[in-house]
Ligand binder design. Structure first.
Ligand code: GLU
Length: 310
């Protein structure tokens, strides 16, 4: 794998949602995204996916925690909340091209609707796809429409560096919610394309979203990125690590006497990149980084025991 740096060689990114502090699993994914980008001479961008579920102060704490581990990024942080006009313009373009339809279904109506024959479970049942003008007019009076993509495929195939060719379902997914909030799948595609992102490293909980996003990218005339979906970090019960598992954020770990260097060492060990260093830096991890040698199994993280109250 080439490590030659240089402009025009593509870009990777980390794109957290500031709904709370990053836990050690999120931080490990950020480290991996940084390693993959830097090891291939790509630039590395940071994007805050702050269109909804934002918790006060979380974005700043996330950025501080990333810096504390040595994760740096090129250029300014991109804030999705500043890019609403861009998302709207892309949706307008798709609407004008007849590639969308207005949807008035509530979540409940979608769950209760009989699904179309051969449709994958959970797929949009198509209720609003062929409404007549009169029906649409009538429904517009009841609630604001979400905009869905009028998808012409049932599935799409992406390439993932760890999972190979992955074919996944593509339904008429939402582009713009009824309240005018751009949907995650739309914003990711628009932003990755605008920033020249050609390598997406993220948790494998998002693997099933990749075919939808790659399909949309293709419709918009962009080449889908190379994907690298990395295993999630699990708790002792084998369930995806979450804040409720206890000391999992850098702030919590610091309260238990684990500083950021020690946390980075754990991450390095989990990736087989610690070597014999007591305290490897991100730079030393980069020198040892060999994507093909990364562990394939999820990392089980046992948080330090909560101290007994004094
Ligand atoms: N914001 C998403 C998350 O925190 C990640 C989006 C992405 O990497 O495409 O789960």
């Amino acid at each position: 794998m080439s490590t030659a740096p240089g402009p025009g060689r593509g870009a990777g990114r980390f794109a957290p949602s500031p709904s709370g502090d990053l836990h050690i699993g999120n931080l490990r994914t950020a480290v991996l995204a940084w390693l993959f980008a830097r090891a291939t001479g790509r630039t590395f961008g940071l994007r805050m996916e702050d269109l909804d579920r934002v918790r006060d102060g979380a974005a700043d704490r996330q950025l501080a925690d990333l810096r504390a581990l040595g994760v740096d990024w090129d250029g300014e942080v991109i804030w999705q909340s500043h890019r609403r006009d861009e998302y709207r313009a892309v949706v307008d373009r798709l609407v004008d091209a007849g590639a969308t339809f207005e949807c008035f279904c509530t979540r409940r109506e979608i769950l209760e609707a009989p699904s179309a024959p051969h449709a994958p479970p959970g797929a949009y049942p198509g209720t609003c796809r062929e409404l007549s003008d009169a029906e649409r007019e009538e429904r517009r009076a009841t609630r604001p429409a979400a905009i869905r993509l009028r998808s012409h495929v049932a599935s799409f195939t992406v390439h993932d560096a760890r999972h190979g060719e992955v074919t996944g379902d593509v339904d008429d997914f939402v582009l713009m919610r009824g309240d005018g909030t751009p949907a995650y799948n739309l914003a990711v595609v628009v932003d990755d394309a605008a920033a020249g992102i050609d390598q997406v490293v993220r948790g494998d909980d998002l693997l099933s979203s990749a075919p939808r996003q790659a399909y949309l990218a293709t419709l918009l005339g962009h080449r889908p990125p190379e994907y690298v979906h990395v295993p999630m970090v699990l708790n002792a019960d084998g369930v995806r690590l979450a804040k409720r598992d206890g000391a999992v954020t850098l702030a919590d770990l610091a309260d238990h006497g684990v500083d950021e260097r020690a946390a980075l060492t754990w991450i390095a060990e989990s990736l087989g990149l610690a070597g014999s260093d007591r305290s490897p830096t991100l730079e030393t991890m980069l020198h040892r980084f060999e994507p093909a040698a990364l562990p394939r199994d999820p990392w089980v993280f046992i948080p330090p025991r909560q101290r007994d109250p004094a």
